[in-house]
Write a protein that binds this ligand. Structure first.
Ligand code: PEP
Ligand code: MN
Length: 338
């Protein structure tokens, strides 16, 4: 249930709504907007309650039920676009944010080389996997803690925030000590204990879309993060499984305007895992920006032929630098900067 307070409602009036909800055993989340407060009343039995319970309280403008399964990620709860701030880099504002780097951190030299490329080409966040959830248990699983340490030292040296994936719910604290953004991979979008643990931190998080999940399931998964009080949530479309097999996954470009319609959360796109092939990445990246994405997550490797993971879909430094220039034209044409 969403309780819209009147413009200028007092703190005491908001507190009374909260107290009433808590007396019924319900949870509450507040959206303290600049001009008015919205109170989300959450709980499994709100469907059986009359909206009048809250509508009669002083300072209440209106009470509505959110019919969708997701509540906190919805525009009903928060209409204004959310902006996630990562060490001064804003995601969800006018500027398109590019996060780039290797699929996996392989060595100090590899990471430093690519961090320089990322920075020189105008991207603002360095990506690199330390824990790699691979389809096969026999594939390279990442450098783990040593990889995290390389990421945080490259971050300091190049003054670039970093993003890396956390796979195990027990590793959330460890990974958040080394990384500015936590990444939840496609295979873990519905790993609810992982989401709950990340929700308890205040670390920005990129929630990738499960490749067989609907937009509704994705936004409902985002509610697990938001319900714990972590509002720093960024969504990432990375392609879904369809009957089409000429690409690794099918890029669902329509999820960008759909997310913008129903949710206040920023959305970025990963063209690399969608495409599965470096030659397709630029077109998908450009399409994503044209369709309204707030940023991109792109795999770049100093020498893709030698990459331990995902070399075929990784851009070379020169291809990446060319793409960044092309993206700036697309960004400008849709009224955004890069
Ligand atoms: C990744 O970005 O490193 C990754 C494994 O992507 P996804 O979870 O989208 O497959
Ligand atoms: Mn990869």
């Amino acid at each position: 249930m969403i309780v819209d307070m009147k413009r200028g409602a007092s703190k005491a009036e908001v507190d009374e709504v909260v107290k009433r909800a808590e007396s019924l055993g319900l949870d509450v989340q507040l959206n303290l907007g600049t001009d008015k407060t919205v109170v989300a009343i959450l709980g499994s039995n709100t469907g059986q309650l009359s909206t009048d319970i809250f509508a009669v309280l002083p300072g209440v403008e209106s009470v509505t039920r959110i019919m969708k399964p997701y509540k906190l990620a919805s525009r009903e709860f928060k209409n204004k676009d959310s902006i996630v701030s990562v060490n001064g880099v804003e995601i969800g504002g006018n500027r398109i944010v590019v996060m780039a780097g290797p699929c996996a951190v392989e060595s100090e030299e590899q990471l430093r080389e690519i961090a320089r490329v990322v920075k020189d080409s105008g991207a603002s966040i360095l990506r690199g996997g330390a824990f790699k959830p691979r389809t096969s248990p026999f594939s390279f699983q990442g450098l783990k803690t040593a990889g995290l340490e390389l990421l945080s030292s490259a971050s300091k040296q190049f003054d670039l925030p970093v993003i890396t994936e956390v796979v195990d719910p027990g590793d959330v604290d460890l990974v958040s000590k080394h990384s500015d953004i936590l990444q939840v991979g496609s295979r873990n979008m519905q790993n609810y204990s992982l989401l709950t643990n990340i929700g308890k931190t205040r670390c920005p998080v990129v929630l990738k879309r499960g490749f067989s999940c609907t937009v509704t399931e994705w936004l409902t998964a985002a509610d697990y993060l938001l319900a714990e009080g972590n509002s720093q949530v960024i969504l990432c479309e990375r392609g879904i499984r369809t009957f089409e097999d000429s690409t690794r996954f099918s890029l669902d470009l329509s999820s960008i305007p759909v997310i913008k319609k129903y949710s206040h959360l920023p959305i970025i796109v990963d063209p690399s895992h969608t495409a599965g092939h470096y030659s397709l990445v630029p077109a998908l990246a450009k399409g994503a920006i044209a369709a309204g994405a707030d940023g991109l997550l792109i795999e770049v490797h100093p020498n893709p032929k030698e990459a331990l993971v995902d070399g075929l879909q990784s851009l070379t430094p020169s291809d990446f630098s060319r793409l960044m220039k092309e993206l700036s034209l697309i960004a400008r044409s849709v009224g955004r900067d890069i």
